[in-house]
Ligand binder design. Structure first.
Ligand SMILES: [Ca+2]
Length: 557
């Protein structure tokens, strides 16, 4: 089931119908009306048929490092209760084969925003820091800009991690394509406005933090300014209650505390929905991109949630994240906006080992479900992510889809939903999954899908086959890149996911024709600068398909 060529959605609760399907009592009533007033009834039908569906509001919630197996409805053996996510999935559709374009933060976020594979950019491995300049190229169309151009009010609330241009002190520099070093953290004039942040790529409003919550600066940003100057240096435990392991020491607003971030972002998101409700009802829809900073490190559940899971503080933090999403959805109900609001909940990569896998496994919980590895890896544990969708107006409740999809697919989907076209030099790796949502897809929507790990290793997936152009994990799990164990392995890995979902048996020597075919397809995608039909485009830099013996950066998040 889980790895078949993925076809149409299946109803798991056939009794539940969405409003797309008129209930029988309504049809009966309509039929009586038709008998009495045929002209009126015909006019009603005509108006319904001709009226374009109203553009939906869109809320895209991106959790940070939330594992596929951390969502209870996706992992029945899971030990973390996620009642709000489960309820959301039951009221809509959940997907079992969706992948982030990368196994780490910044690159995946680039793919969501642009509909283009992250490895076409300057960033060929690792992640940005909190002071890094913008990664999204000037002039590149983003999904936010596309929606804004089509009448949406747009907001980003949360962790950006796609770079923004801080004003640097005279003669000082910051790292462009990796996390800043300890001697760079004071090289920025934090009192100056920031250029080329979220507002420059299509967001009317921004509130959040520059990068991961374990990266400087520890202060909130509203549009192009920090809300409070980071005048002191602080660090925070990576895992609540653990003496060893601290976030990077650096500039912080005096009252900034990491456990306040999730509640603050939630309050801001609720306030945003509330503030947009009247206009949304009057015909100006909104797009809220909500990249939460949790349950990524620092693992910092508030006092109220500490100990709730009975597992560890990571699990507590997942529960708190679930509850925060529940609060936002409750506001949507309260404003009577749920019906025509498309809500997507997903994660930017797999669960991090910082969650403490051994402790969770000992209690019967696997954040990676049945998949191999975790965040940073080329294995599915690195990039197969939860993907839940609710949109009562168009998506039938209680359904699941096994379509193979990538988080880059959001942009083409949004475009199709609003009836917009993307130019040839945008959304090059984006395939609309609207047919999956509507239940009209009869075959796989994607020809194939490319995966990318933290050290820049590649894999390509087509149907049941997954070919990785590396000997090892490409990330943090065993065998790690560059180790003697890894160098003794065959240069590529081929897995038949229909028979081997755990990616345990490398069958590259048994199917050389598959290895050759998929390698050729990947080479074509690289050479064409795109993986969808259209005019070939340029990658920002030459792309090296095989990364030899390059160890994954140990500290990048
Ligand atoms: Ca992440």
């Amino acid at each position: 089931m889980r790895n078949s060529a993925l076809t149409e959605r299946r109803s798991i609760k056939p009794a539940i119908r969405n409003l797309w399907v008129a209930p029988p009592h309504f049809l009966a009533k309509l039929s009586r009306v038709k008998t009495l007033f045929p002209a009126l009834a015909l006019a009603l039908f005509a108006a319904t048929a001709l009226a374009a569906p109203a553009k939906p509001n869109i809320i895209y919630i991106l959790c940070d490092d939330l594992g596929y197996g951390d969502v209870k409805c996706l992992n029945p053996q899971g030990k973390i209760p996620t009642p709000h996510l489960d309820k959301l999935a039951a009221a809509g559709m959940y997907f079992t084969d969706v992948h982030s374009s990368s196994s780490v933060c910044s690159p995946t976020r680039y793919g969501i925003m642009t509909g283009r594979y992250n490895w076409r950019t300057k960033l060929q491995s690792g992640v940005l820091g909190g002071l890094s300049p913008r990664l999204i190229e000037p002039g590149r169309l983003t999904v936010a800009q596309l929606l804004k151009n089509n009448g949406y009010h747009t907001a980003a609330i949360g962790k950006w991690h796609l770079g923004m241009d801080w004003v640097k002190k005279e003669g000082k520099t910051v790292a462009e394509l990796n996390v800043e070093s300890a001697d760079q953290i004071h090289n920025v004039d934090y009192a100056q406005p920031i250029k080329n942040g979220p507002n420059a790529v299509g967001f009317d409003y921004y509130y959040g933090i520059s990068a991961s919550l374990d990266m400087v600066p520890y202060t909130f940003i509203e549009n192009d300014r920090v809300t409070k100057l980071p005048t002191v240096d602080k660090d925070f435990p990576m895992f609540l209650g653990r003496a060893q392991g601290k976030c990077r020491l650096g500039p912080a607003a005096p009252d900034f505390e990491v456990e306040d971030v999730l509640p603050t972002l939630t309050t801001k998101a609720i306030g945003y929905v509330k503030s947009r409700a009247a206009e949304a009802k009057a015909g100006k829809p909104f797009f809220l991109y909500l990249p939460l900073a949790s349950p990524h490190t620092p693992i910092a559940p508030t006092k109220e949630w500490q100990g709730k899971s009975g597992l560890n503080h990571y699990a507590d933090f997942v529960m708190q994240t679930d509850a925060a999403i529940g609060q936002l959805l409750a506001e949507l109900d309260k404003q009577a906006l749920a019906e025509n609001t498309l809500v997507i909940v997903t994660s930017d990569n797999g669960c991090s080992p910082q969650a403490d896998f051994p402790a969770l496994l000992a209690k019967g919980h696997n954040p990676s479900y049945e998949f191999r590895g975790h965040k940073a890896d080329i294995f599915d544990g690195g990039h197969r992510v939860p993907f839940l969708v609710r949109w009562p107006a168009r998506v039938k409740a209680g359904t699941l889809s096994q379509q193979l999809l990538c988080l880059t697919d959001f942009m083409a989907t949004a475009a199709e939903i609003i009836g917009a076209k993307t130019p040839d030099n945008a959304a090059e790796d984006s395939v609309s999954f609207l047919p999956a949502l509507l239940g009209t897809a009869k075959a796989s929507l994607r020809e194939a899908l490319v995966h990318h790990s933290i050290n820049g290793s590649f894999a390509i997936r087509q149907g049941n086959w997954k070919l990785a152009l590396c000997r090892e994990s490409g990330g943090w799990s065993d065998p790690r890149p560059g180790t003697p164990k890894a160098t003794a392995l065959p240069p590529v890995q081929l897995f038949d996911l229909d028979k081997d979902i755990g990616e345990q048996i490398n069958v590259q020597d048994k199917h050389p024709e598959v290895v050759a075919r998929l390698t050729k397809l990947l080479e074509k995608y690289v050479a064409d600068g795109r993986s969808t039909p259209g005019t070939p485009q340029q990658n920002a830099v030459p792309v090296q398909l095989v990364k030899t013996a390059k160890a994954a950066p140990a500290k990048a998040k």
